[in-house]
Design a protein around this ligand. Structure first.
Ligand code: SF4
Length: 373
């Protein structure tokens, strides 16, 4: 399609697809709620969904605003960073595929949507899990969403416009609770069919989104199929590291079923780790990361330590200690600065010295991400 003269666009609406564990197809991880669903793989082929009118409309919506606001989801998008020059011809070949095999997760990380998707935490858990500041934020958020749902129930249907037609204020104020039916697990045959339909030209497969991929029982056969169906794809998995069993890890590394295995371990000890990763332990995540790093040493499989930076683990002592531990283990470390509740308040210039360890395409606090990722 030809983009009109606007400021910027994302790449995901044009070149990517993200399949949720309930089968819904959305643009990217930004639409974790399933606000703008293109179709569902239980009902249609991925090919038909990405060629359908919803997908075309999504691309029009993205380029209809010249800032980072995306009308499809009714909020600003950190991935809308690519310049969209007048007359640009944007190809819509599927290059990047994300599959969320399951929303099942062992952890209830503080500001992760899994808390809403799983539906088993409430405002009552907020204080115990995150203290007074988190409870204040979480209760306010939940109250506003419940109020928005109530308003939408009583307003006449003719007054309620779809999200893309709402003003920005309306979209914000009327965003309710996580849609019912967001959680699920994709059957193996559906996962395999989606990979076949995606086609061999796919350049990257992220076999994760929300939920813990190592809790997906048919993980190994799914990845074996991915290797055959998507021969050119770089395959990546991101895990919290709590449930990486030796036999699964052996299959992934020895059969080279993944190219990149990312362990998200956000701290250097139990205090810094358990502040956010509710239900996990640093000791277990670190033990599994260490074992996987040893297993993958000398193979093409890249094991990476991802460290999401919050205000309780962003001290120079923490960051220096993490870099030293990563060097000792022989793995790269990626710092990824959180944008949600608990985000680091340090100035980017104070953090510039760790910029070479940033997760690719991400940025220091307050700075834009790179190249539409
Ligand atoms: S701008 Fe963001 S939210 Fe909108 S379609 Fe692109 S990736 Fe999705």
């Amino acid at each position: 399609m030809t983009a009109p003269a606007t400021g910027r666009r994302c790449r995901h609406a044009f070149e990517a697809a993200s399949v949720h564990a309930n089968g819904d197809v959305v643009c990217s991880i930004i639409d974790g709620r399933g606000e703008y669903v293109l179709g569902n793989v239980h009902q249609s082929s991925l090919h038909d969904i990405l060629r359908g009118p919803r997908a075309e409309e999504l691309r029009r919506l993205v380029v209809s605003t010249d800032d980072a606001y995306c009308r499809a989801v009714g909020k600003t998008c950190a991935l809308k960073t690519l310049p969209a020059p007048p007359g640009e011809v944007v190809h819509t070949r599927l290059r990047f595929l994300a599959i969320e095999p399951t929303t099942t997760c062992d952890l209830r990380c503080l500001s992760c949507p899994i808390r809403d998707i799983a539906g088993d935490t409430s405002w009552r858990d907020a204080y115990a899990d995150g203290g007074m500041a988190f409870a204040a934020w979480d209760i306010t958020r939940r109250a506003k969403q419940t109020l928005a749902d109530g308003v939408q129930r009583v307003l006449p249907a003719t007054w309620l416009r779809p999200v893309p037609e709402r003003s920005r204020a309306e979209a914000l104020l009327l965003r309710g609770r996580m849609p019912a039916g967001r959680r699920g697990t994709l059957p193996l045959d559906v996962v395999c069919r989606v990979m076949d339909e995606a086609g061999p030209q796919v350049e990257r497969l992220d076999f994760f989104n929300y939920g813990e991929p190592f809790l997906y029982k048919p993980l190994v056969p799914a990845l074996r199929h991915a290797r055959q169906a998507l021969p050119r794809a770089v395959i990546a998995i991101s895990t919290d590291g709590q449930h990486v069993r030796p036999e699964t890890e052996a299959a992934l590394v020895d059969e080279r079923l993944v190219d990149c295995l990312v362990f998200s371990v956000d701290g250097v000890d139990e205090d810094t780790y358990q502040r956010y990763r509710i239900g996990g332990t640093f000791a277990r995540a670190w033990a599994h990361l260490s074992r996987a790093a040893a297993r993958a040493a000398g193979t093409p499989v890249r094991v990476v330590w991802q460290y999401v930076v919050f205000r309780w683990n962003d001290d120079d002592r923490h960051l220096d200690r993490a870099m030293a531990m990563a060097a000792e283990l022989g793995v790269p470390i990626w710092f990824d600065f959180a944008h949600t509740w608990g985000r680091s308040e340090r100035a980017p210039d104070d953090l510039r010295r760790v910029a070479f360890n940033l997760r690719p395409f991400t940025a220091l606090p307050g700075e834009p991400r790179q190249q539409g990722w």
